[in-house]
Design a protein around this ligand. Structure first.
Ligand code: GUN
Ligand code: ZN
Length: 438
């Protein structure tokens, strides 16, 4: 992928006005409210789909008197949200009742994923998925597709049409899944490679090598995908790790020689800096050590972890070990498309572990944290000059309940936190993709 992209769009220059909270540090590495500077009356100068500058509204207006102004009033202007782990094919089965992971996959997920082999249905679900993510202010996702390349085509075609920065991969499975969803070690390698060649680096799109998880991949398949990753080390690799205790016991049965769950990936060359491990809740000390040494990222999926009953992710402990952590909805195991609702669930899980997250940490995780984990924070997830102009404007008084609480806020954090905890798509006052208002 080119390091100096050509202009993303021909959208005319504009100044978008609102409150700003630009981060200059990781709020887990320094005191959270020292990681960010609040600009009460700020502006973002956007041109050619790129952020050219941010700062005080008065100063930017004076310096660029010809540029048209879009005044979002008291709204908070943020980078568009980055959802680092989601299953777009599961859009239609979100909020399916009463099962835990393996039963949930067999009862709801696999039958639905099979339906996406119909190209028309796959296209309709991809369109519905991006309608929902954009309505919730999410401008970049890293998605699993199904095992059928048809679903990958549908995803990328829709993302390209909308000008989105997006990542996805064919979900590889050659065992313990219905026959209609199973590939083989060889076909997973061949199909993934063909899709990667077709889509990786095309416009704003990236391909991620995607073994679903150890129970549904033979050792041969994991090794074949490890070989593919070695051939294309600039790709992300995404999978699931240690989500539920039953799953971990199953992995132990399938791989009695492995030191632990992570070892099943590690021994197949599926551990590295550009790896994204979804869930990672029940980790052994060796696994944490190896993940930290490798610089791999973990993806916290809090609404999914409560909805499917998986457990409480150790955000504080894992961030303290220096591990990159992203935030994600994990739709349809996750119960919401909203990264606001996802931040709220992350806060609640932090509370249950005795480590409440600061609103600055929550906002950072949903934007720059996820973008860093996906190695794209130079392009999305921040308001830095030179970044792509994917933005969201949050109305901090979008419902009567939120408004009355925000009304008595003593500082910006008290003004933002009610929207984090109680906000949904009604709080999304504007979304821009490469500078274009959606
Ligand atoms: N583990 C393997 N596949 C899946 C999936 O689709 N969703 C979740 N939450 N966990 C998984
Ligand atoms: Zn998942």
């Amino acid at each position: 992928m080119s390091a100096a992209p050509s202009p993303l769009s021909t959208a005319p220059a504009q100044l978008i006005l609102g409150q700003l909270l630009p981060f200059h540090a990781d709020p887990f590495a320094v005191p959270p409210d020292e990681a960010v500077r609040h600009e009460r009356r700020g502006a973002v100068l956007v041109e050619g789909g790129t952020i050219r500058a941010t700062g005080a509204a008065d100063a930017l207006r004076a310096a660029h008197p010809q540029v048209p102004v879009r005044d979002m009033g008291e709204a908070l202007l943020l980078p568009g949200f980055v959802d680092a782990h989601v299953h777009f094919p599961q859009t239609g089965i979100i909020a399916s009742w009463g099962k835990r992971l393996i039963d949930w996959l067999n009862s709801y997920t696999f039958p639905e994923e099979m339906r996406l082999s119909d190209p028309d249905y796959a296209a309709a679900i991809a369109a519905r998925f991006f309608d929902l993510t954009l309505a919730n202010g999410t401008t970049t996702v890293c998605s699993f597709a199904t095992s059928d390349p048809v679903s990958v085509e549908a995803f990328f075609a829709e993302a390209a049409e909308r000008g989105l920065r997006a990542v996805a991969g064919k979900t590889c499975m050659d065992r313990n899944a219905p026959e209609g969803l199973c590939d083989t070690a060889q076909s997973a390698y061949d199909d993934s490679k063909a899709l990667l060649r077709r889509w990786h680096g095309r416009g704003r799109l990236e391909y991620a090598i995607t073994p679903r998880f150890t129970p549904t991949s033979s050792r041969e398949q994991l090794h074949a995908l490890g070989a593919l990753w070695r051939e294309h080390p600039d790709c992300l690799m995404q999978t699931h790790l240690s989500e539920q205790l039953d799953e971990i016991a199953w992995v132990k049965d399938l791989h009695p020689q492995a030191r632990d769950y992570l070892d099943t990936y590690e021994s197949a060359d599926l551990l590295g800096e550009r790896a994204l491990f979804g869930h990672a809740i029940h980790l052994a000390p060796r696994e944490v050590d190896r993940l930290a040494e490798a610089g791999a990222a973990l993806v916290h999926c809090p609404t999914s972890n409560t909805f499917i009953g998986s457990g409480l992710f150790d955000m504080a402990g894992l961030k303290a070990r220096g591990l990159p952590v992203a935030l994600a909805t994990d739709v349809g195991g996750g119960s919401s498309f909203s990264m606001l609702r996802t931040m709220a669930a992350a806060y609640e899980i932090g509370q249950l572990r005795g480590t409440p997250l600061h609103p600055a940490q929550l906002l950072w995780l949903a934007t720059e944290g996820s973008a860093r984990a996906m190695h794209m924070a130079d392009r999305v997830g921040t308001l830095a000059a030179g970044s792509e102009a994917d933005l969201v404007a949050l109305d901090l008084a979008s419902t009567p309940a939120i408004a009355q609480r925000a009304d008595r806020a003593a500082d910006i954090w008290e003004a933002v936190f009610p929207t984090i905890m109680m906000g949904d798509d009604r709080a999304i006052a504007g979304v821009w993709v490469a500078g274009r208002r959606q």
